[in-house]
Design a protein around this ligand. Sequence first.
Ligand code: ATP
Ligand code: MG
Length: 776
Amino acid sequence: IRRSAEELLDGLNPQQSEAVQYSGPALLIGAGAGSGKTRVLTRRIAWALSQWNAWPSQILAITFTNKAAREMKDRLETLIGPAAQRMWVSTFHSACVRMLRRDGEAVGLNRSFTIYDQADSIRLMRTIEQEHGLDPKRVKPRDVLSAISDCKNELKGWRMQLKEYAPDYKPGQPSNLGHLEPGDMLNACLYAEYQRRLEAANSVDFDDLIMRTVQMLQVDPQAAAYYRHKFRYIFVDEYQDTNHAQYVLVRELSGVDTTSGASGVAGAAGAAGAAHAAGTQYMQLSPQPQQAQPNWVTVVGDSDQSIYAFRGADIHNILDFEKDFPNAKTVMLEQNYRSTQTILDAANAVISKNAGRTPKKLWTQEGAGSPIVGYAADDDLQEAQWVAGEIARLVAEDGFTYGDIAIMYRANAQSRRFEEAFINAGIPYQLIGGTRFYERKEVKDSIAYLQCITNPSDDVSMRRILNVPKRGLGERAEALVADYAQTQGITFWQALGNTEQIPGMTTRMANPLHAFRSMMEDLIAYAAEHDANPSDIVAHVLQTSGIIDELRKAKDEQEQGRVENLSQLQSVAAEYEQNTPDSSLAGFLESVALVADSDQLPDEGEQRGSVTLMTLHTSKGLEYPVVFLVGMEEGTFPHSRAMDNVTEMAEERRLAYVGITRARKRLYVTRAGERTQWGKAETMLPSEFLDDIPDKLIDWKRKETSVESGESEFGEFGGFQGFGGFGGSRSFDGFDGSSSRGASRGGSHGRWGARSGGASTGSGGSSRNWRDGARG
Ligand code: ATP
Ligand code: MG
C-alpha cells in the first residue's frame, strides 16, 4: 500500500509532523512520556517507504522488547500492508542473532550456535569454579557473571581484562584459583575460562549477542559492507536505555565513522531546508543516501525515562547524540496525548527535582481530570485489601474493566499480598514476570534436548539432560566423561562417543552412556528429517526421551501441572510454525530464547479480563487507564539500596516518572505504615516522591496510618512517653502526634533509641534494626 503524504501526517501536531518528514542523516526525537514518540517513529518508517522510495529491506527498526516490536510491526502493516514483513523490526538481541547466524563465522561462531540464558550461565560458571578449586558459596557465580556482563556491555573482551588484571594467568590449563579473593583479578581469570568454554560449545550468552556482532562488523569488512549497504535507514526506540555496546553497534551500522559523508549530507539537508523555505508543504525528495554517505539514523527517547543503568544503559548516549552524529537535528515533542493534566503535573513535579536534565514540561489538551487518589494503610496487608476494594468499586461504579487497571511496584516480591487479596476478592489478575514459563524445570529440560539436537557441542545442555529422566547415570560417570573431554580438548558429546578410551570407565557405567548417545543420534536424525516442523520434533522428543512418561508416572497434582506445561510447549512450537513461513528447529529455539519479561503480556484482546501486576521496570512504553503505584515508602520505593547514592536516587526518580506517566485517566498512590520483611514488621516512612507531588493534586482517602494519627488501639495513651515500652511501636510512634514527616523522620531514630522493648509488632528492639530494616 502506498500511502499519501496527507494520510501519513494525518492527526499529527506540527512538531510530530516535522519529525516524520525531516530528511537528513541524523534525527533525535527527544520527547517526554506519552508524547507520541513511538507513533512518530512508526509513521516515519512508513514515510521513508512512500516518500523516499526506500525498500522494506533497507529498514532496521530497533525496539526494547519483543512485544513492542510486534506492536510496531502490526501498526506498520496497517499503514503499508504486507511489505512490513520484509523489514527488520526487532530488539537489538534478535537483530544480532540474525546477523550472527549469517556472518558469525568471522568471529568463530557456527550457524547453529546456542543462546545461554542466565541459568545456563550460572551452571557453567559453577562448573568452572569447581574445576579451579573455588567454592561457589564463597565466590558467587551470579556476582562473577554480573561483572562479566558489565565488561561485555562496555565491549571489554577477556583478553583485555586478563592483560589488565591478571597478566600472568594462563587460561585453559588446569590451575587452582582457590587462593584468590573475589575481585577484578579473579573475575578476569574466570571471564577468560567462561568465554573459552562458551566458544568451545559454540554458544553465546545474551550480552555476547551484541558484543560479538560488533566484533564481527569490526573484523569482517565484507560483512560490515553488506550491512552498511543494506540498512540505509536505522530507527531506534527507547534510545535512552542503550548501553555502550549497543551504541557502538548503531554507529558501526550507520557508517558515520567510515564515510566522509559530511558534504553529501549537508547537501541533502540543505535541499530539504530549501524545500521548506519555498513553502513546500511536504518534502517530496527521494533522498536515498548514497554509498559514500552514512546511513540515516533516527533515534527516539526520553532521558527522563532512562531506568536500566543496572544493565549498563548509558544516559550519555542520548545526551551526546548531537555530538556523536554529524549534522544531527533534534525535534522536541512536549504535547502529551496519554494522560490528564493532573497526572502530568505530578510527573513534572517529581522529575523536576533531578539535577542536570534538560527542562521540559509535559502538557495536554485533555484538561485536569480526576485528582490523584492517595491512601495510607497501616500495613501491607491492609494496603492490598484497600486496593482490591477500590478496584471492585472502579469496575462496579466507574465503568472501568479489570483489564484497564494495572498495579505497579518496585520489587517483584510485593506482588504476593496483592495476589492474595485479589484471590479473596474474586478479582481476576495476571502477573508479569513471576516464575516464567520458560524457567520451569520441565520446560527447560525439554528445551535442553532441542538445543542438544541442533548443537551437540552444547556441553551445558548435554550434561543437563544426561540423566533426565533418570536413567541410572550417576555423577561419577558424568565426571569421568567431563574430565576426559577436558583433557582431550573435545566436547562432552565427542567424549561420549569414545567411552572405551575413558580411564576408569566400567561397563556398568558405559552401557547407559551408549544408550543415551544412540538415543540422541536417533533424535538428531529425526530432527533433520522434520526440521520444518518443530512441533513434531517436540512431540517426538517428549515421547522418546521418556520425560513425559516419568511425569505421568508420578501421580501427584504438581507433576500433572508439569505435564500441562509441556503440552503448552508443544502448542508454542505449533504456533511458531504457523506464524513463520520458513520455520526450523533453530528458529523456534531462537524465538524461545529471546522472550523477555514483558512478552508475557497477552495481546490486547485477551488481557481485557484481568488486572495486570508488574514491576515499574516492566511498565516501560505501556499505558493503562488506571494505574496504582503501591508501596510508596522510603526503602521500598525509592529502594533502600539507592537511598544513600545520588546517582541511584536520580534513577529511582526517573522510575517514579515512568510509573506516573503510564496512567491515562486515574492515578492512585498508596503506602503502608508497616511492612513485613524477612518475617518481621518494619516501620515505614512515606516515600519522598509523595512529598514532591503538590498536595492540591492528591485527594487523600486516608492521609496517615493509625499510628501516625494516634488513632491506634493505644492512641489514647499517645501522650505518655513512657507507655511505649508496653504498647509497642504503634502507640509509640503515635506519641508525638505529628503529621509532618520531617519531624517524625528526624525524631524517630532517637525515640527508638530510648525505647526499652516490648515490640508487640515484632519490629525489633533496637534503633539499629529499625534503620537497617528501613534501609535494606
Ligand atoms: P512513552 O514515552 O511512554 O514510550 P511515547 O512518547 O512513545 O510514550 P506513544 O505511545 O507513541 O508515546 O503515544 C502515547 C499515546 O498518545 C498513544 O495512545 C498514542 O496513540 C497517542 N497519540 C500520540 N500522538 C497523538 C496524536 N497526534 N493524536 C492523538 N493521539 C496521539
Ligand atoms: Mg514509546
